[in-house]
Design a protein around this ligand. Sequence first.
Ligand code: PMP
Length: 414
Amino acid sequence: MSSSVAIENAFDIGQVRNLFPVLKREVKGKPLVYLDNAATTQKPQMVIDGLVAYYSGYNANIHRGIHTLAEEATAAYEQARHKAAKFIHAESTDEVIFTRGTTEGINLVASTWGRRNISNGDIVLISGMEHHSNIVPWQILIEEKGGVLEVIPVLDSGELDMDAFRRLIQHNPKLVAINHASNALGTVNPVKEITSISHDAGAVVLIDGAQSVAHLEIDVQALDVDFYSFSSHKMYGPTGVGVLYGKRNLLEAMPPYQGGGEMIKEVSFAKTTYNELPYKYEAGTPNIADVISFGLAIDFINSLGKRNIYAHEKSLLEYGTSLLKEIDGLQIIGEAQEKLGVISFIIEGIHPQDIGILLDNAGVAIRTGHHCTQPLMERFKIPGTSRASFAVYNTMGEIDVLVQGIKKAVKLLI
Ligand code: PMP
């Protein structure tokens, strides 16, 4: 494992920041304060270098070539699969399918497992805090197959209503699909408990891990989830790559997702047989360079240690929450007990977009709007929020800049 940051229990934040070239830039004449990490994280130099190294050193198509470049590219691509499998503690690399990202992983399950297993009247149970990418694929599926969508309500605290969940599970859904952590609220859902209850009721469980993998230790075997989908770009890796983890027995039984090269064993006009896992679900030339660099992003996270990352982000969350709460008229949306480094807030009388624009003038990047969770915004009867979300390279000083920027905006706008 390449490790440019040797860290035991804590890390040197300056050293970490130095690995991210973009953090050195200015925005509107001010040092960049990047607090839009739930949308996408910045990339360390080693991840950027990985792309250049592939294209300038061993660019070749994988799996089919016998020449040196093809062998090197194939080895690097498959090494990334090993790293990803280890990262989430999958039993086998066969259960790790490279996708374009969380969204594609969920759509893959909807159009393969879903089309085969959901039929008239079958229930898909999701939660009220899902990202659109864990709502719409199921709506497309049930529209085609005649299924029913049911929704676990969200409490005022931003936590799932687990009593309601226990009632809804008695309707015997075929599938339970929820996020591990909410991008809009930061809430961490009790995935292990939900999975165990769902399995007792005979349901298959899919977890949207887009927001959790960069922050929490993930052990898909201990969680016992059936599917787990996540994106590289939210964990310091490149865009255009993600992983769908699936249990072997489910992946083997499902029909293929896309047809084409690589996913076949033998093709004739009379009959085609499909390739083994995981290649059965990876039709066509994959995103080789980005997959390889995704592996380097995993190395980066491992070099710091997830526990250290979590502890650092937790202290940013606590510090930010306490300062923001002192601002008159500011309300934090989502105050779950178990929460990641996300602070969503509204300020009475101010549109979130105005806050976003004024903060950008101060060099501070946050996200405003509905965060692709329109039903959740409707639940809280708000059009959207302003959201600051933290990553390993953020500092307490940056939170001070955020808070000063918000105070200034409030003075200007009210
Ligand atoms: N689910 C959640 C909870 C997310 O935050 C996101 C990204 N905002 C997604 C799914 C979709 O991820 P991607 O766009 O990388 O496919």
